[in-house]
Design a binder for this molecule. Structure first.
Ligand code: DC
Length: 229
């Protein structure tokens, strides 16, 4: 069974998807980490960002492994390295070209094959798993997402204004929404959860409730019906 959770940067998808997966005993896949990993790999090799052919070649050969919440590129655990602002600001070079998305989409489908999984990203319910059993689109206003991000950073001792966060977040939103393929949008059959004013616990509770409903409905639909002769 596949559950997709899509939404913009800073909507809290990863932590919610991880917790939903834990509660249901499903696996969790962070597809943003996959785009981050190939971006990091390109930076290490010094491939030019505008050399699309070489980028596609690299994405083709890259061996991405997602295991126990960690991401490996060609056997190297790079789970921390992929979270730097340098990686974030270059992701579009790997996330925009349709040929690269095709490769990463194929890897996501391969990872999900035969598994019960909660997968989160931008295009999971639209492009990668259009037949997913349950689709959630988790969102919040730009200001709310920026305020939450500021609080998270402050907890780590990093002081940055909401305005600064908002500026880079708006840039990412724009890039995510304008992508020719795999752009950020809710699938027509997704349930949109608008989380402004909700606490993390309230969001988790609401998403879990919706997902449980879907899972039950899906199990009921696939149960063999009584055949009367
Ligand atoms: O979820 P994240 O912030 O770690 O994702 C980083 C970037 O990766 C995001 O800005 C766009 C790209 N991405 C994508 O294009 N498709 C996905 N399914 C997930 C992420």
């Amino acid at each position: 069974m596949i559950i997709t959770i899509d939404g913009p940067a800073g909507a809290g998808k990863s932590s919610i998807a991880r917790r939903v997966a834990n509660e249901l005993g499903f696996e969790f896949l962070d597809t943003g980490a996959m785009y981050r990993a190939v971006t990091w790999g390109v930076m290490q090799r010094g491939i030019a960002w505008d050399d699309v052919e070489s980028l596609v070649e690299f994405a083709d050969a890259a061996r991405l492994i997602w295991q126990d919440d960690r991401i490996y590129l060609d056997d190297q655990d790079i789970s921390e390295e992929i979270r730097t602002p340098q990686v974030t600001s270059h992701i579009r070079y790997l996330a925009d070209p349709p040929k690269i998305r095709e490769r990463i989409t194929a890897q996501q489908r391969r990872i999900a094959t035969g598994r019960d999984i909660v997968t989160e990203g931008r295009d999971q319910g639209t492009e990668v798993f259009p037949d997913a059993h349950c689709k959630i689109f988790l969102t919040a206003s730009p200001e709310e997402r920026a305020r939450r991000r500021q609080r998270q950073l402050a907890e780590k001792g990093q002081v940055i204004t909401v305005e600064e966060i908002l500026a880079s977040q708006n840039q990412r939103d724009l890039e995510d929404r304008m992508r020719p393929v795999g752009r950020l949008r809710a699938a027509s059959d997704a349930i949109v959860v608008q989380t402004d004013g909700m606490s993390p616990d309230e969001v988790r509770g609401e998403v879990l409730r919706l997902v449980r409903e879907c899972v039950q409905a899906s199990a009921a639909n696939s149960a063999p019906s009584d055949v009367t002769t």
